[in-house]
Write a protein of this length. Sequence first.
Length: 196
Amino acid sequence: MDYIKKIKIDDNLYTAKTDFRTALKCIKISEDTTIGDTERALGVLYTMFGEDGIKYPTHYEKLLKWAKNYLSCGIESKPTNEKPDMDWEQDMPLIESSFISDHKIDLRTTNMDWQQFYYLLLGLSDSEFGNCCILNKVRNIRTKKLSDIKDIKERDKVRQAQQFWALEKYKKKPTQEQKESAKKFMEALGIYREEN
């Protein structure tokens, strides 16, 4: 089934692709800081509305407003200083597993509207004392405050889990000093190999 919506601007009728895969592509484009604002906007318009979306520059603003409202499910987001606890691309295997375990839906073979997908995502199990899907377990690890953990061994376990599950864009790169220290340690153990 194709998920489309019709949007009329002036005398033009636009067809928006509203399936979740298209929406995820639009979100990825809109968050790509390696390209300029204009290119991101045109990329979203082209991905969601096809060639018609970029034909009339006088309609860009209205089409982008519609797309933004649709992709945000009508929920106004407030600016925050908190780092995200999820990345659509990196966490897709966890999302797929969680949809199978909680909703019995295989996203690899199913198509659905973006807003249906989004609300099902919000409804994934998340309980400290009962069921918790793998996606929300990982998100909880990422947001756990180490300062709240009194037991040193437990804190170290959580720290290691946070490093393992860290979002790629927020992983800390080792400093030159840390690299040199690791090199000396491996040389002392006789296992250091120069990388090409």
